[in-house]
Design a protein around this ligand. Sequence first.
Ligand SMILES: C[S@@+](CC[C@H](N)C(=O)[O-])C[C@H]1O[C@@H](n2cnc3c(N)ncnc32)[C@H](O)[C@@H]1O
Length: 295
Amino acid sequence: MKYEMPEYDTLMPLVVMEKSAFSSNRCVFRDDERGIWLYQANCLEFMDKLIENYPDGKFDMIFADPPYFLSNGGISCHAGKMVKVDKGKWDKSRGTELNHEFNLSWLSRCQQLLNPHGTIWVSGTHHVIHSIGYAMQQLKMKILNDITWEKPNPPPNLSCRYFTHSTETIIWAAKNEKSKHAFNYKDMRKENGGKQMKTVWNIKPPTIKEKSFGKHPTQKPVGLLERIILASTDPGDLVFDPFAGSSTTGVAAVYHGRKFVGCELEKDFIAISKNRFKQLINEDLQTLNLMSAEK
Ligand SMILES: C[S@@+](CC[C@H](N)C(=O)[O-])C[C@H]1O[C@@H](n2cnc3c(N)ncnc32)[C@H](O)[C@@H]1O
């Protein structure tokens, strides 16, 4: 069965927004039946619009993988070769203060958009994660855990002046101190062979198969997002990703019966997301590399 975009009499997206200097601010993919709404928009403007409509919160869970601010002319190793770190314009640092201001402004909007017992997960390297943790404390969020995502077989450090970078941190936090957050403890213990799951997760980076819809420079492995979604949401919950990229969060959420709202600035990444959603809807799970589908 080939997926066809449904025809709507009135294409009435979740929020209607004006075009801005930053983006076209429009709904670019939707499937009301399964619960997929993807917007091409600047997430700050998008969330402001959502807050107007839902001042008391809307989302059960938010996963955010914000710019790392590391594309500033450093070097790295890709496929055995020395390459410049340049993930895109969106990843350039604007200096410590402005980067932190940006983190504070999108995080405060996310906090407002969380339901009272909702949680947020934010991933990042050392370039950004300390600012995120500090901003969460400034906003009086309740930090629940910091997960270390350990990557097996990371690329070597070519300068030989540092340890090999092989982890990312993911901070998990609740809206505020009063939140009674959801945690599917038993499911996680079962996944970990009957033992309590620890905060160090060894998960492979995305495979070539997972990138067959086009390359996103910082795509997350779908298995990582599956674990996050299964740990902290229930079927039917509404998940949001303000920096959706190639929509890894959306693929994992929708596969597990959750609903998804995504927001992404760049049209090339929107194109990858659309292809991944079509693949998911057509139930071609092989290329999506969903870990749970293999079990
Ligand atoms: C680290 S990547 C996210 C990758 C994603 N987790 C995935 O698996 O594909 C960050 C994304 O945020 C987007 N972005 C940066 N600034 C944005 C903004 N203000 N609003 C919306 N998206 C933005 C970038 O284009 C990039 O795709």
